[in-house]
Design a protein around this ligand. Structure first.
Ligand SMILES: Nc1ncnc2c1ncn2[C@@H]1O[C@H](COP(=O)(O)OP(=O)(O)OP(=O)(O)O)[C@@H](O)[C@H]1O
Ligand SMILES: O=C(O)c1ccc[n+]([C@@H]2O[C@H](COP(=O)([O-])O)[C@@H](O)[C@H]2O)c1
Length: 199
């Protein structure tokens, strides 16, 4: 499961767990992005912070791993490179790439998107606020894609960052250790809030 994970939240973790269980996967590898080229309209947190939050968030689940392949590669992160690296590291594995509905709907904009489906099957998880149906898959190889309905958690990293910036809690939106990491390292303190707050 690839993601910017800035920060990782329970929506990511539930999606990963649901796909693991539905497909009987041996493990889920979380792959924090290096430079997420479609998200550079804002300052993305340092890769090491996003990596460490991902390690903290996944530590309690023996089926979850975290990979550094994307953050250790220079330049923009492309999933085609992620899948090539993971295929080389796990030559006998059947790879599944886990996304949410919003990422699935944008797949045609990804680099070398035709080749992606030769390296992995794709699973698109439902996500509140993002439509996901057969129409989302026009132009994509439907035999290599599964849509999966998962428990709806209306959590986004954007909302978590804005809440921290506004001094609002993110307890129970992100794992406890991630709350503590954010506070200790002062992440998102300067994120603009959604609106004025009563003093
Ligand atoms: N609440 C959720 N339910 C299902 N899938 C999700 C959810 N949140 C994120 N995802 C999926 O997880 C992957 C990584 O997401 P990402 O790290 O960009 O988080 P995000 O919450 O979408 O971030 P941001 O708000 O900064 O855009 C994407 O495929 C995304 O669609
Ligand atoms: O390969 C691409 O061109 C591409 C474009 C946008 C996103 N992705 C990948 O999609 C995953 C989710 O991305 P994001 O930006 O929603 O965190 C993550 O692994 C990204 O590297 C990949």
């Amino acid at each position: 499961m690839g993601g910017t994970f800035d920060p990782i939240h329970h929506g990511h973790l539930v999606a990963a767990s649901e796909v693991q269980a539905s497909f009987g996967l041996d493990e889920v590898i979380f792959v924090p992005t290096g430079l997420p080229w479609q998200k550079l309209d804002r300052q993305v947190s340092p890769a090491e912070d996003r990596y460490l939050m991902t390690v903290i968030a996944t530590a309690s689940n023996p089926l979850f791993e975290v990979s550094r392949v994307d953050i250790d590669r220079d330049g923009p992160t492309y999933t085609i490179d992620t899948l090539r690296d993971l295929s080389a590291a796990h030559p006998d594995a059947d790879l599944y790439f886990i996304t949410g509905a919003d990422a699935m709907a944008a797949l045609l904009s990804w680099r070398d998107h035709d080749e992606l489906f030769e390296l992995a099957q794709f699973v698109g998880c439902t996500r509140p606020g993002h439509e996901l149906d057969e129409n989302s898959l026009v132009g994509l190889p439907v035999d290599r894609i599964t849509l999966l309905e998962i428990p709806a958690l209306a959590i986004s990293s954007t909302d978590c960052r804005e809440r921290v910036g506004a001094g609002e809690p993110v307890w129970y939106l992100v794992p406890d250790g991630v709350v503590q990491y954010i506070a200790k390292h002062g992440l998102y303190a300067s994120e603009s809030s959604k609106g004025p707050h009563p003093s």
